[in-house]
Design a protein around this ligand. Structure first.
Ligand code: BV8
Length: 236
């Protein structure tokens, strides 16, 4: 049994990380589509750096930790004999901290910086700015960006996601509003006999494409649903 899971900001909401499209699409007062773009970074790099510095600091706050949904996915992966592939749209590290191993962060990672010139990645937990010295040469300033996929940029690992989708026997989407593509289109890429389950607080534009669309908080429904699936013996 090949299992493919897609998570969105909703799985991290109960860990204290705000979702994007909760309060009228503003993220703490910022319009995501205006700030998370290469054009915004070219025009106002300090503003975009501030947006991500704020989120990186929030993520590193000791109050922020994985919740029961993240842990249930990590436990399921450990027990699952078949293929298990977790694709997240989130740029937080909560899945990794919960112990998930096969994680593809298709929209990048907040705790990584990328060199604008070489593309080299660096683990990064401090603020970034237009005067940040380069780890390879401190005399070079401001040549790092957040390793995050902005609107109009190619998501990471699309080939691997497509392959996993065509091979999946079970696809579970958790905590995503299904408005951002190509992530929201994964449900259309799975084979006809793949079982599709959506877990979300509210209905989404793709809810009708799922065999089961479960309404409720991820911290309750994810452990419950994975336990139910295992009781049907789908842990192999
Ligand atoms: C691409 C990283 C080309 C940044 C993000 C014009 C120009 C260019 C592109 C486009 C265009 N028009 C449309 C597009 C495509 C565009 C797109 O989809 N735009 C949307 C706005 C219409 N997509 C792109 O640009 C993508 N790239 O198209 O490249 C290409 C692609 C393929 C092949 C060839 C070429 C790149 C998109 C990536 C953008 N970066 N993030 C950052 O984080 O700062 S996207 C951003 O929104 C988030 O990262 C997240 O990944 C994404 C989706 O948000 P969700 O995770 O779903 O969160 P949201 O708040 O929306 O919803 C949360 C849900 O959880 C809600 O439903 C809520 O009810 C639920 N919930 C809340 N609490 C709980 C809960 N559920 C359960 N339990 C709870 N407790």
């Amino acid at each position: 049994m090949n299992v493919l899971v897609l998570t969105g900001a909703g799985i991290s909401a109960e860990s204290g990380i705000p979702t994007f499209r909760g309060a009228n699409g503003l993220w703490e007062g910022w319009r995501l589509e205006q700030v998370a773009t290469p054009d915004a970074f070219a025009r106002e790099p300090d503003l975009v750096h501030r947006f991500y510095n704020e989120r990186r600091r929030n993520l590193l706050d000791s109050q922020i930790r994985p919740n029961a949904a993240h842990s249930a996915l990590a436990e399921f992966e450990k027990r699952h004999q078949g293929n298990f592939f977790l694709v997240t749209q989130n740029i937080d590290d909560l899945h990794q901290r919960a112990g998930s191993r096969q994680v593809l962060a298709m929209h990048g990672e907040l705790l990584k910086a990328r060199c604008l010139d070489s593309g080299e990645l660096f683990d990064w937990r401090q603020d970034l700015s237009t005067t940040t010295p380069h780890p390879r040469d401190p005399s070079v300033l401001g040549r790092l960006r957040p390793h995050v996929v902005w609107f109009g940029e190619m998501p990471i690992g699309l080939e691997r996601i497509l392959t996993a989708a065509t091979e999946a026997d079970l696809f579970i989407a958790i905590g995503t509003s299904a408005v951002v593509y190509p992530a929201a289109g994964i449900v259309n890429m799975v084979k006809d006999n793949c079982r599709r389950i959506e877990i979300n607080l509210e209905s989404t534009p793709t809810s009708d494409l799922f065999d089961e669309s479960l309404r409720g908080p991820a911290s309750v429904l994810v452990p419950q649903t994975l336990a139910r699936l295992e009781s049907f013996g789908i842990d192999h």
